[in-house]
Design a protein around this ligand. Structure first.
Ligand SMILES: Nc1ncnc2c1ncn2[C@@H]1O[C@H](COP(=O)(O)OP(=O)(O)OP(=O)(O)O)[C@@H](O)[C@H]1O
Length: 229
């Protein structure tokens, strides 16, 4: 995917605010992390990848497709995992939620039911198939959300602080799932250990890329940027 001179502005009470300014990067690595302070622009950059946020100027390209022209095709390719899994669990039960994700790829209902069960089984959620999505713990919800996103077979997975709300055990489970993916992963995170597991790390500061490169050097840059003199 690539960002070519991308600027994002938003309307605010006192006039337009610039959220991202002149961001350019071509991300080809399998694991890319976006790190940086609160409000620096990481989520906005991540959301540009599937068109949840639109560029005010510049071009975002995913698999050669211009996100602003080919929104639906891009969204089929990009799976997005949110911090709050409840935001993407839309069906009443666990099994129905996965079935919804599979609707396009597995049109046959019987085959779809079989696939739902095997997916739930692989996530240790089979015993919860008939349970309400609202009755799940936060960790179970995040695993279900991830299973639902991956069921659509995206070619890129974007995850925006997917482990922030999870306890240690569940964050390890979710992170390990993400890092085991074949697909390209773009991960927004405050967890610097996760950033260090990536191949490339972008440090976002005040709406711009302040550092882009090797993870250890990027984390070092970020740590130094917040250190008090
Ligand atoms: N639609 C919008 N309208 C106005 N301001 C916005 C809008 N979206 C984001 N912002 C502002 O842009 C800045 C960057 O937001 P963004 O969510 O991308 O930051 P972030 O780096 O992901 O932060 P955090 O680590 O806190 O999640 C923030 O100051 C935010 O308030």
């Amino acid at each position: 995917m690539s960002f070519d001179d991308v600027t994002v502005t938003a309307e605010a009470a006192g006039g337009d605010v610039v959220i991202l300014r002149h961001v350019s990067a071509e991300l080809t690595e399998r694991r890319v992390a976006l790190i940086g302070g609160n409000g620096s622009g990481k989520s906005t950059l991540a959301r540009l990848i599937n068109g949840l946020v639109s560029a005010s100027s510049g071009v975002v390209t995913v698999d050669g497709l211009d996100v602003s022209d080919e929104g639906p095709a891009v969204r089929r390719r990009v799976g997005f995992v949110f911090t709050q899994p409840a935001a993407q669990l839309v069906m009443p039960t666990v099994a129905e939620d996965i079935a919804l994700s599979l609707r396009r790829l597995v049109p046959d209902k019987h085959e779809r039911q079989q696939r739902v069960l095997s997916i739930l089984d692989s996530y240790g959620l089979a015993h919860l198939a008939a349970t309400s999505v609202h009755a799940l713990s936060g960790g179970q919800q995040q695993l279900l959300a991830l299973a639902g996103v991956l069921a659509t077979e995206p070619s890129i997975v974007v995850a925006d602080e997917p482990t922030t709300l999870l306890d240690l055990r569940n964050s390890v489970i979710v992170a390990d799932r993400l890092f085991a993916l074949e697909q390209q992963l773009v991960l927004v995170t405050h967890d610097l250990d996760l950033a260090l597991r990536c191949e490339r790390v972008l440090v976002i500061e005040d709406g711009a890329i302040a550092f882009d490169g090797e993870p250890a050097a990027a984390v070092d840059h970020y740590r130094r940027s917040v250190a008090t003199p």
